[in-house]
Write a protein that binds this ligand. Structure first.
Ligand SMILES: Nc1nc2c(ncn2[C@@H]2O[C@H](COP(=O)(O)OP(=O)(O)OP(=O)(O)O)[C@@H](O)[C@H]2O)c(=O)[nH]1
Length: 343
């Protein structure tokens, strides 16, 4: 029996499901890509949910030559029974059958709600909920009345907390965070790291025995069912066009981001770097040339950017103006497609 067959056997033939959650920009896609690079020959089926109208994460994962299923139209945890269930039915029925399924939750969703779908389907066995934490930003987010509920639900959903971005904080801040987490989520296993380096052994079957099976049995007092609809709490803005951007101007934008932008990410065509990946989260941003090891976007592809912020705080007009000012070659008149939600 191969190790993969043994793993499936230990789940009674059911397909193990791992949910990767955590707030915007904490490192979920980084972890997913690590999993895909070190998948030990397993056939992983990957479902990626992005809150914005454009699924940038799916593009970044798909660029590694892996088939991903993109779950768009908002936050899947708010529409259980819809897209997610349909996608899982398709994945479970696919031939060859996957050895494991990984769902990357959107940064605003409640990973526990997604995990419940896994628990409900007899073909699936929940391996665990892994929640990424940006150690530099989590306390500030948890203190923000608009974000606190989302962040705390994510922390409480975790079977394993990956304390990521440890390169961004000093030892004293990390020590204070540990004390805070001891009080917020006592007993939840934690792993401190940077760039989502997590030993594979931590992500596998052992999670199942330490996790929800124990903490969220019948009688669980967690308020899992009454989360607000995330479309009411968070707003997105996105643009897709054939503009070419000035790399220097985008870097200036990353240093002086308009108010209320919690997350900005995209794949853009630039003057100096060619295709580039833009990332901004938790006050930090980067613009890097498209990795030569990944298949470049189609020559006719459009630049695509998506921003997320708390509803009522996202300064979409200021962002749009800043991006317009960063054009090296403006988009052709018919090209720009903007999407704002809530409108
Ligand atoms: N300095 C630093 N940057 C990191 C670390 N982990 C991830 N990043 C960067 O942070 C940015 C966001 O990482 P992602 O993996 O895309 O985050 P995400 O959680 O998938 O983001 P959303 O899906 O938008 O919520 C990227 O530019 C990463 O390269 C880390 O440990 N340290």
């Amino acid at each position: 029996m191969s190790p993969h067959e043994a793993h499936a056997h230990s789940h009674g033939g059911r397909i193990p499901l791992t949910v990767i959650g955590g707030f915007l920009g904490t490192g979920k896609t980084t972890l997913l890509n690590r999993l895909l690079e070190n998948n030990d020959g397993r056939r992983l089926a990957v479902l990626v949910n992005d809150f914005g109208a454009i699924n940038v994460d799916a593009a970044l994962v798909a660029s590694r030559g892996v088939d991903t299923m993109s779950l768009q139209n908002g936050c899947v945890c708010c529409q259980i029974g819809g897209d997610l269930t349909d996608a899982l039915i398709r994945v479970i029925g696919s031939v060859p059958r996957p050895d494991a399924i990984v769902i990357e939750a959107s940064g605003v969703s409640d990973p526990w709600r997604i995990a419940q779908v896994g628990l409900a389907d007899p073909a699936l066995a929940l391996d665990g909920v892994v929640v990424l934490v940006d150690v530099a930003s989590v306390r500030e987010q948890a203190d923000d009345p608009l974000l606190a509920d989302t962040v705390r639900r994510q922390l409480q959903a975790a079977d394993l907390l990956v304390l990521n971005q440890c390169d961004r904080v000093d030892d004293a801040s990390l020590a204070a965070l540990r004390v805070w987490l001891d009080a917020e989520v006592p007993g939840t296993p934690r792993h401190e790291t940077r760039f989502a380096e997590v030993p594979a052994a931590l992500l596998g079957a052992p999670l199942a025995s330490s996790g929800h099976g124990n903490r969220c049995a019948p009688g669980c007092t967690h308020d899992h069912d009454h989360a607000p609809h995330h479309g009411d709490v968070f707003a997105t803005w996105s643009v897709t066009d054939d503009a070419i951007y000035r790399a220097d101007a985008l870097r200036d934008l990353l240093r002086a981001m308009p108010a209320g932008v919690l997350r900005l990410k995209g794949v853009v065509r630039t003057d100096r770097l060619g295709w580039a990946v833009l990332q901004f989260a938790g006050r930090h941003g980067s613009l890097r040339a498209w990795s030569p090891q990944d298949a470049a976007p189609d020559a006719n592809a459009d630049s695509a950017l998506v921003a997320i912020g708390a509803h009522g705080r996202l300064a979409a007009q200021a962002l749009e103006a800043a991006l317009k000012a960063a054009h090296s070659i403006p988009p052709s008149p018919a090209a720009p497609r903007r999407h704002e939600s809530p409108a």
